[in-house]
Design a protein around this ligand. Structure first.
Ligand SMILES: [Zn+2]
Length: 314
């Protein structure tokens, strides 16, 4: 994309595909800023010119962000097609539409958009973003330049978070930061959000793993380990006691199940060569994942959890 800006060969429509939190809309905004930047010699926005500053302040009227989830009708798109007839103002080069969740458009709306995509005015750039690429008609896809956004690995998330901590002077233990990097399913945005909220909550103190676990309402690894041992030894009452004290501290069954799933997953990955141990843990993990998938339909979640534990201790 940087090369396109450098060589001034701009496509009139881009499609950014990728799962939640992979940075599609953030990149779309930076790309839009670079397109209109008054001095982007190297293809990147200068962050200083009139256009860049306006974009940063969210007052650039030539960059229009639309959420297709709530503007998905034919009429919405027809209005947009009327709007694009007016060229950009304020000496801006392009008028850029960033449309998020584009797969949510109705089929009529897609048809209306298609006509516009076929022959848009030369000052128009569409950046369409989606988490569900397969729901977009091929006629639309064929008119866009497609970019795929991939989830990033935990290690890269860790490095990004570490940089943020250094810049923002957030003091946090290594294992606490590692935990945040691993629980967000490859979404840097979610990981940053956890770090951000924790650093606000624990301002002026060194953040440790226990702070993070408390903040996320999850069980610490030591207790998870003890719980699994109780199950292995069929100590039903001790296992139930651990659940009791967790729930008594103001958390719920869902938090407990989530904690165990994450702990078991990590522990299986770490202990991949210990066959006996893995078999036992995989069986429990499978049962917890099954219960987790049913959880939102259950009225008495605690009862369902207890019944599972009774079953596993038999
Ligand atoms: Zn600029």
């Amino acid at each position: 994309m940087i090369n396109q800006i450098k060589s001034k060969q701009i496509s009139h429509a881009y499609l950014f595909c990728g799962s939640h939190g992979t940075g599609k809309t953030s990149i779309a905004k930076i790309f839009a800023m670079a397109l209109n930047c008054e001095s982007n010699n190297d293809g990147e926005p200068c962050n200083k010119c009139h256009q860049c500053l306006n974009t940063k302040n969210k007052s650039n009227i030539n960059i229009i962000e639309i959420d297709a989830a709530s503007n998905n009708s034919v009429d919405n798109i027809r209005d947009l097609c009327e709007e694009i007839k007016y060229p950009p103002v304020d000496n801006s080069r392009y008028k850029i539409y960033i449309i998020d969740e584009i797969h949510m458009l109705s089929s009529g709306a897609f048809n209306a958009l298609l006509k516009t995509l076929e022959e848009p005015p030369k000052y128009i750039v569409f950046i369409l973003a989606t988490t569900e690429y397969k729901k977009i008609p091929t006629t639309i896809i064929s008119r866009c330049q497609r970019y795929d956004f991939k989830k990033i690995c935990d290690k890269d998330i860790f490095v990004s978070l570490k940089n943020i901590c250094e810049q923002e002077e957030i003091i946090i233990d290594y294992d606490a930061l590692e935990y945040i990097s691993e629980i967000n399913n490859g979404s840097l945005r979610d990981a940053i959000s956890v770090l951000d909220r924790c650093s606000n909550l624990y301002r002026n103190k060194r953040i440790n793993l226990k702070d993070i676990l408390d903040f996320l309402s999850v069980l610490d690894f030591e207790t998870c380990d003890r719980f699994i041992n109780e199950l292995e030894n069929k100590n039903l009452s001790s296992a139930l006691e651990i659940i009791d004290s967790f729930i008594d501290s103001g958390k719920d069954s869902g938090d407990f199940i989530y904690s165990l799933i994450f702990y078991l997953y990590k522990s299986i990955k770490k202990d991949i060569n210990n066959k006996n141990d893995i078999e036992f843990k995989s069986n429990i993990l499978e049962n917890f994942v099954k219960l987790d998938s049913k959880l939102k339909y259950l009225i008495n979640k605690r009862l369902a959890l207890d019944l599972l534990i009774i079953d596993l201790c038999e």
